[in-house]
Design a binder for this molecule. Structure first.
Ligand SMILES: [Zn+2]
Length: 466
């Protein structure tokens, strides 16, 4: 399997094993804790095989190194996602019964022992200031699709410029288009914005009329939805104004592509609302063209819209509430999973691995290398390695001290301080300096390809058989 067995094995694990464990977890989650523990053993065994680690390696460290969250947390997030999915159905949908309040009632009246699916989801959401009432409910359009006009969406500039072009060239190319093709149009610029705390905002501006409108939106929206909301608010504003020819400049290709989706294929209620508004504008004689422009190259209107969308992020009041769609709450549930896992990991501050990898994520932390090196770096990072500190813990050595220096033989001692290997270490430090590493801390040298000189060091010391 070549040089990245770890990555291949993890793919196989996710496709063939974890997918089966995920399946139906909404139902089996009410099983007792001891039964669910059996599944944790499956995770331990799978991840241990992937990393080729010692039997004594702990599950928590394996999870962090492999970017695979604890199953208990994973189940909570998956349950929440299914719950939100069901919440999007109309009330007469048969699945909707499964999340209605009878289940909760049964739990509190003690006719069932364990928390039902609905309650787990609701609690998870409540802890994160979110409610199932914030998701969209999918309905069919009251107007048949053939009564709508497909909007004109141009992406003329996209074929003329490439990302490699210099910003000022792109800018002048765009300004020429704006001033020639749309000389007699009312020019509107829209933009959406989002910050890392999942605040969302959007704006539209009309520079020639000095109209700048920024709006704060509800949290957890995707940038795609912020962009669409900007378009929505802009065309609903136009209803009172009814100009003849309008061009709306949008810097998001995905939002423009969404406007081109045939109406019978639209699953996003919000897009239907946009088409509904557009339809009434067309009927009133307003011609609207959507045109793509590149962002961050200094086009005046676009910069202004960007500014007002960003400013709206800090507004107090939410102007319009946009319900969350499937893609949005998929991201929401993934973020919830990450948050819950991070809280668990923060309780493990004493671990060797926590010092090197305090932040969890869903990626493998070990770079692609040969199998031998993959295993070695895993052992060094987690401290599950045949050095006396660990050997003593698992009952193989009768001391945890280094025989020469009489201090605990940890990974740090072995790599950075042990007197026995001063010669080998000076070679190691030279190679590290060549990699521009000045600060010889474990978290710096046991990360990514910085690890390569350490492999040479470990071999030259002959301290352990791996
Ligand atoms: Zn020593």
């Amino acid at each position: 399997m070549g040089s990245n067995k770890l990555y291949t094995l993890r793919k196989i694990y996710i496709a063939l094993i974890r997918s089966k464990i995920d399946y139906g977890c909404e139902v089996y989650n009410t099983a007792s804790a001891s039964i669910k523990k059996i599944l944790d053993k499956v995770q331990t065994q799978s991840l241990r095989l992937c990393t080729g680690s010692m039997k004594s390696a702990s599950l928590k460290a394996l999870q962090v190194e492999m970017g695979d969250p604890p199953y208990e947390i994973r189940r909570k997030a998956l349950i929440t996602k299914s719950f939100l999915n069901i919440s999007t159905f109309e009330n007469n949908h048969p699945a909707k019964k499964s999340i209605q309040d009878t289940a909760t009632f049964e739990f509190y009246s003690k006719t069932v022992k364990r928390k039902p699916f609905t309650l787990i989801a609701k609690d998870t959401l409540k802890g994160n200031n979110f409610s199932e009432n914030n998701v969209v409910i999918y309905r069919e359009s009251p107007i048949p699709p053939w009564h709508f006009t497909v909007p004109i969406v141009n992406t003329y500039l996209k074929d003329y410029i490439s990302k490699k072009d210099l910003p000022h060239l792109i800018k002048s190319e765009a300004n020429i288009m704006i001033d020639t093709q749309y000389k007699h149009h009312l020019k509107i610029f829209t933009d959406g914005s989002k910050d890392p705390n999942s605040n969302a905002g959007c704006a539209f501006v009309i520079p020639e009329l000095k109209i700048n409108k920024g709006f704060k939106l509800n949290n957890h929206l995707s940038i795609f939805m912020c962009e669409l909301t900007a378009i929505y608010l802009c065309i609903s504003w136009l209803q009172d104004f009814l100009p003849f020819n309008v061009v709306i400049f949008v810097d998001s290709l995905s939002a423009l592509q969404a406007l081109k989706i045939p109406l019978n294929k639209i699953r996003n209620q919000f897009l239907l609302d946009i088409h509904f508004l557009l339809r009434s504008l067309y009927h009133s004689g307003t011609n609207i063209i959507f045109e793509w422009i590149p962002s961050h190259v200094g086009i005046q209107g676009n910069e202004l819209a960007d500014f007002h969308a960003k400013q709206a992020l800090s507004f107090q009041n939410i102007y319009i509430f946009v319900p969350l769609f499937k893609d949005d709450f998929k991201t929401l549930c993934k973020n919830l999973m990450k948050k819950m896992w991070q809280e668990e990991w923060d309780k493990e501050k004493d671990r060797a691995l926590y010092q090197i990898s305090p932040k969890i994520n869903f990626d493998i932390k070990i770079p692609k290398m040969s199998r031998y090196k993959e295993r070695l770096i895993f052992k060094l990072r987690t401290g599950y390695i045949p050095l006396n500190k660990h050997l003593y813990k698992i009952g193989i050595s009768d001391t945890k001290l280094c025989e020469e220096c009489r201090v605990e033989e940890t990974v740090e001692h072995f790599l950075l301080h042990c007197k026995l290997y001063n010669t080998e270490r000076s070679i190691l430090f030279d190679s590290l300096r060549k990699l521009q590493i000045q600060n010889f801390q474990l978290k710096n040298i046991l990360t990514g390809y910085n690890f390569l000189p350490i492999d040479t060091y470990v071999k030259s010391t002959n301290r352990m058989i791996l």
